[in-house]
Design a protein around this ligand. Structure first.
Ligand SMILES: Nc1nc2c(ncn2[C@@H]2O[C@H](COP(=O)(O)OP(=O)(O)OP(=O)(O)O)[C@@H](O)[C@H]2O)c(=O)[nH]1
Ligand SMILES: [Mg+2]
Ligand SMILES: [Zn+2]
Length: 298
């Protein structure tokens, strides 16, 4: 009798056109069938797949629960945004952008700050203000010294680690499991940039967690998000959705805008609002409309 060779598994790693698939009896490296490429479907880490064990070919991609483009991964429970306080320097624009994109994709977020040990007292106060604000609006924020807390947050979940190159993503995973020995950078920050030490997305089993180490990125786009999506991804705006004079208020220069009043009163963090304006401007530039927003001309 012919042995059944069609099996189900999950892609946990990918290097060029080879996919590492985990299945009930172990691991196998598979190629993907040409038809995915034709359909513009590319398997990514996290994909649940049907594969042919004899031919070592992925034959079918099962529907995705969610997906991120950068890092390229799907079917995750949450994202761990790693943000360094310095080297590379804290960047509220980048943090807010990652938060918006991941919030839009309905994926839970944990923010983890690194390199707080390198700050002087004044810098630490500044970063703590940000940490308190993000906690106040509802995000979980920790530092990379809280390894037990982090472990509890990751338990029994599939988590994608994301953040700029050099912020300490791989170092953080090495702290979670000292046997891991992921390659980390020995640092040369002449340009304030990391060197992309991690080259591939890989799902790693650490104790009872499944975590994807990912390469850092240097730029990030809003891809499939429109202006409404960007506005609605700012969670403290959504809480006041019905308070502005106009129901569809973009909080830019409309009359009786509650959000702008909350920014003036310091209840909504000014940098969050300014970053939001930059996002909208960026989207309009991408759309080729190039409409100037008065707030930028001040
Ligand atoms: N002082 C200090 N250094 C840290 C901390 N976390 C990471 N580093 C250092 O920062 C450098 C970069 O760390 P990596 O873990 O390689 O960074 P990464 O985010 O994985 O970078 P890519 O793989 O390039 O995306 C290493 O030299 C780490 O030792 C921290 O909390 N404090
Ligand atoms: Mg790395
Ligand atoms: Zn408004």
């Amino acid at each position: 009798m012919k042995q059944q060779s069609s099996m189900q598994g999950q892609i946990i790693g990918n290097i060029s056109d080879l996919y590492k698939v985990k299945y009930k009896d172990g691991y196998v490296n598979c190629k993907a069938r040409g038809k995915f490429k034709n359909k513009n479907l590319r398997p990514v880490v996290g994909d649940k797949v049907i594969f042919d064990l004899d031919k070592q070919v992925i034959t079918e991609l099962l529907p995705r629960k969610n997906e991120l483009i950068r890092p390229s991964i799907c079917n995750i429970d949450q994202a761990l945004i790693v943000m360094s306080a310095i080297e590379p320097k804290f960047d509220s624009y980048l943090l807010d952008k990652m938060i918006s994109i991941i919030t839009f994709n309905k994926i839970d977020i944990i923010v983890c700050f690194t390199k707080l040990d390198l700050l002087d007292e004044g810098q630490l106060i500044n970063i703590n203000n940000y940490i308190n604000y993000y906690q106040k609006i509802g995000y979980i924020v920790i530092s990379n010294t809280q390894i037990d807390d982090l472990h509890n947050l990751l338990k029994n979940k599939i988590t994608a680690v994301t953040g700029q190159s050099g912020v300490g993503k791989s170092s953080l995973l090495n702290k979670l499991d000292s046997n891991l020995n992921l390659k980390t950078d020995s640092i040369s920050y002449a340009l304030g940039r990391g060197k992309h030490t991690t080259k591939h997305v890989e799902l790693i089993e650490i104790k009872d967690c499944l975590i994807a180490d990912t390469p850092g990125f240097s730029s990030l786009g809003f891809y499939n998000m429109n202006k409404q999506d960007i506005r609605d991804s700012i969670i403290e705006f959504s809480k006041h959705m019905n308070d502005c004079k106009y129901r569809d208020c973009f909080h830019i220069k409309e009359d009786d805008c509650i959000i702008r009043q909350l920014v003036d009163k310091g209840i909504i963090l000014k940098s969050r609002y300014d970053n939001y304006l930059k996002f909208i401007q960026e989207k309009e530039d991408v759309n080729g409309k190039n409409i100037r927003i008065r707030a930028f001309e001040k």
